[in-house]
Design a protein around this ligand. Structure first.
Ligand code: ADP
Ligand code: MG
Length: 330
């Protein structure tokens, strides 16, 4: 791959978990209800994501690996209303610049599957291949041609735990998707895909802690159809839930996993406003907001987010979390 491709790849692909993120976002965008992730040697030897999504037709298969080829956004106006997780058409091309990638796919309703692969920036011809409906992407020998990057990576277990944590977050955001994750062929995480956030909480935190969480349902005074005001839903831990030894608050904005100091402060504020010990709260907060109130120019591979009406979002979260905790006290 040329230097420019490698530099661009560096922005998207930092470690195995970044590859996993891009691949499962594609599976989610393809409407998958089952996603399986296999890792070998912490993802460095192999990352394989198998989904039962819409699949890719043979004509589109080589395009998927090309830079700036996206099937999700067709005009610049679309950018304002992005609903899919991906939209730049960069991820697969970037991954292919630093690993060997094989794509096997069968489009929904189509008779025959097909396959394409990329190695050293060279995209192979498309050939017929047996495949169930959906897509399987295999990424091998990540960074083997980028020793400088390899040196930055931590132990295999650290890379596995990054992947594991990431998958937990996506499972929390998509309770209707059945996730299965295996490392060295051994299952390390799975969710039932029954659509219930509680079921995922049980898998992520264990039944004991999950039962110590209260539901947040921020149907407030504002008309829910008024996109200016965010809808806030999720779970927060009861103040007496001392089982957790570290704070863990997950945020999803329009089902995209994000990190934000502002959002964390809002949840902590709910505990403090009730004079509760907000030590080590656990929370999962889903925020739904009209995308035109988001700044989409933040790099999609990063989990930062910017709201155009930040104080409104802050207030909505504080109010919803506070309401949940208050009801719990009664
Ligand atoms: P983006 O997600 O930004 O469009 P990607 O490089 O991640 O760009 O993917 C390129 C294209 O490949 C997508 O637009 C989509 O058409 C196709 N694609 C990738 N993964 C899948 C998948 N799992 N199922 C169906 N189509 C896929
Ligand atoms: Mg993508």
């Amino acid at each position: 791959p040329d230097v420019a491709a490698k530099i661009a790849a560096g922005e998207v692909v930092e470690r195995p978990a970044s590859v996993v993120k891009e691949l499962i976002e594609n599976s989610i965008d393809a409407g998958a209800t089952q996603i399986r992730v296999d890792l070998m040697n912490g993802g460095l030897q192999l990352i394989r994501v198998t989904d039962n999504g819409s699949g890719i037709s043979p004509e589109e298969l080589p395009l998927a690996l090309e830079r700036h080829a996206t099937s999700k956004v067709t005009s610049i106006d679309d950018l304002e209303q992005i609903r899919s997780l991906g939209f730049r058409g960069e991820a697969l091309a970037s991954i292919a610049a630093v690993a060997e990638v094989t794509l096997v796919s069968r489009a929904r309703g189509s008779e025959q599957g097909s396959q394409v692969s990329a190695q050293n920036g060279h995209i192979s011809d498309v050939t017929p291949a047996a495949s169930p409906e959906g897509t399987t992407i295999t990424v091998r020998n990540l960074f083997s041609a980028v020793p400088a990057r390899l040196k930055f990576l931590k132990s295999r277990n650290t890379e596995i735990s990054h992947c594991h944590h990431l998958l937990e977050q996506y499972a929390l955001a998509y309770p209707e998707i059945r996730f299965t994750v295996a490392s060295e062929g051994k299952q390390i995480f799975s969710t039932p895909g029954d659509g219930k956030l509680f079921s995922v909480l049980v898998q992520v935190y264990g039944l004991q802690i999950a039962e110590q969480m209260v539901e947040v349902d921020g149907d407030d005074e504002h008309d829910a159809s008024d996109g200016e005001y965010p809808i806030v839903k999720g779970f927060v831990s009861r103040p007496a839930c001392y089982k957790s030894t570290r704070q863990h608050i997950s945020f999803f904005v329009n089902r995209r996993w994000v990190m934000s100091r502002m959002l964390t402060t809002a949840v902590e504020g709910a505990y403090h406003s009730l004079l509760l010990s907000g030590r080590h709260p656990l929370a999962v907060i889903n925020i739904q907001i009209d995308p035109s109130f988001l700044d989409v120019n933040v790099h999609p591979a990063k989990t930062e987010i910017r709201f155009l009406k930040e104080r409104r979002v802050f207030a909505a979260i504080l109010r919803a979390a506070r309401k949940a905790l208050l009801q719990e006290q009664e």
